[in-house]
Design a protein around this ligand. Structure first.
Ligand code: GLN
Length: 284
């Protein structure tokens, strides 16, 4: 890139091609997000300053980001932020990167959380995105969140503080740290659910994320099975469990919920039309 004058417009066009050749998804958007990060500005600014030359230190920073992205580091880890349900969450290797499909889990959980006086629990909270969003969308509710990883909880705490929400964060395995006397209107969870065999075949980006947040054991249900078996007793009568799942759990997970005492259980699809989560109702 030496003697040439590089403007945001030229940089984005060049980077888009570079990322596309490296097999990166959404190369144009990625080129823009990384350039905005290198310049320390918001993405819109790139187009306001589209022909303003970019100085060498920023160019060097951008080149490094592009190289790391091409080598498989996820964009969210490089820029340290990921939007979820319209808000920016701080993201790093301590937790899974929030996915758009998990916004549907939030939406389904909100449908079961009353406007005032509701009580919700987010299990395997990771970055905190589900629990924090529930708390922000239902400010008159009480929201608890747990995770087995102290690292993840540290990140969830930072996000809760940054977004100005009072969330009760608990460290431990699933319900273990959750006070036994609390009954929930809704329990939401995005547990690790990828079958171990499939993890090895997944996109290389995924290998940068904590395996603890992804590996669901041989059939992908080893954590979910324990979660569902304890959930009914923790819900208020008629309360809801909303749990994200692998597409291969379309039949097995609703069946498991019924077997473990739920009144009904329905699998729902994500935006790619894949079965992605189950909503199960506790007996009224
Ligand atoms: N949605 C993730 C994926 O398949 C998996 C998340 C999880 O295991 N909770 O990439």
């Amino acid at each position: 890139m030496a003697a040439e004058i590089w403007t945001p417009l030229k940089l984005i066009a060049w980077a888009q091609g570079y990322l596309a050749r490296a097999g990166v998804d959404a190369p144009r958007l990625t080129a823009e997000l990384l350039l905005a990060h290198a310049l320390g500005c918001v993405r819109l600014r790139l187009y306001l300053d589209f022909d303003k030359p970019v100085a060498e230190p920023e160019l060097a920073r951008y080149r490094l980001l592009l190289k790391r992205r091409a080598d498989g580091e996820p964009t969210a880890y490089l820029v340290g932020v990921k939007e979820f349900y319209g808000r920016d969450f701080r993201i790093d290797v301590r937790a899974l990167i929030p996915r758009p499909e998990t916004e549907l889990v939030v939406e389904a959980a909100l449908a079961h959380l009353p406007a005032t006086g509701g009580v919700a629990l987010d299990l395997c909270t990771g970055s905190g995105c589900i629990g924090i969003t529930l708390a922000l969308e239902r400010p008159c509710s009480r929201v608890l969140a747990s995770d087995v990883s102290a690292d993840a909880l540290g990140l969830a705490r930072e996000n809760a503080d940054q977004l100005g929400v009072g969330l009760e964060l608990l460290q431990g395995d699933l319900f273990a740290p959750v006070p036994a006397d609390v009954r929930f209107d809704v329990i939401a969870a995005n547990p690790p659910y990828v079958p171990t065999g499939e993890l090895r075949r997944l996109a290389r980006e995924l290998h940068r994320e904590p395996v603890l947040a992804l590996d669901g054991g041989e059939d992908g249900l080893s954590v979910t099975r324990r979660l569902v078996s304890d959930a009914a007793a923790r819900l208020r009568p008629g309360g809801a469990l909303v749990v994200e799942m692998h597409e291969s759990h379309l039949e097995s997970l609703p069946a498991l919920c019924l077997e473990l005492g739920f009144e009904d259980a329905e699998a729902r699809r994500d935006l790619a039309d894949l079965p992605r989560f189950v909503v199960a109702r506790a007996k009224a």
